[in-house]
Write a protein that binds this ligand. Structure first.
Ligand SMILES: Nc1ncnc2c1ncn2[C@@H]1O[C@H](COP(=O)(O)OP(=O)(O)OP(=O)(O)O)[C@@H](O)[C@H]1O
Ligand SMILES: [Mg+2]
Length: 132
């Protein structure tokens, strides 16, 4: 989904929550995924000339889950370690967006260059342990 405005952020946030529920996540996890998506999408509007967010079910041999990916052709992040620290913002924000995404999701990968930024994160469904 192309993200260019706050309205797009709201839309992808709702869609992400719906998809998470349909994949099998409970309310709290679905809300966490929606929040992570909305933080990434908000950053696209704020720090890049917009970009794209993808939300999709994913699977590996250990289980299923949901993958979110944001990419943009913006200026990139000069200091990734700093950007992932709570409280760091170049835009007068709280600086809690990226750290929250990393906390809320199970896997988190960030690649960035002066040509743009790509962030991929996944959250896995915890499979109930088999009854004895
Ligand atoms: N897509 C992006 N392109 C370029 N820089 C980015 C991008 N996303 C984040 N950043 C940089 O990383 C910093 C930290 O992002 P983060 O989302 O954690 O905080 P914030 O957006 O500044 O504040 P908050 O999300 O709490 O409102 C940003 O201030 C910005 O400098
Ligand atoms: Mg942010």
């Amino acid at each position: 989904v192309q993200i260019a405005s706050q309205a797009d952020v709201e839309r992808i946030r709702r869609e992400a929550r719906g998809l998470a529920v349909s994949v099998g996540f409970g309310c709290a996890d679905a809300e966490a995924i929606a929040l992570a998506v909305s933080e990434l999408a908000t950053n696209l509007v704020r720090y890049a000339p917009g970009g794209e967010v993808l939300v999709a079910p994913c699977a590996q041999d250990t289980g299923t889950g949901i993958a979110i990916c944001s990419c943009d052709g913006g200026p990139g992040i000069s200091d990734v370690e700093l950007a992932l620290r709570d409280g760091y913002s170049t835009g007068g924000g709280l600086g809690s967006g990226l750290p929250a995404v990393r906390r809320l999701m199970d896997d988190f990968t960030l690649t960035t260059s002066p040509a743009g930024t790509r962030i991929e994160a996944r959250k896995w469904l915890s499979t109930p342990s088999p009854s004895p």
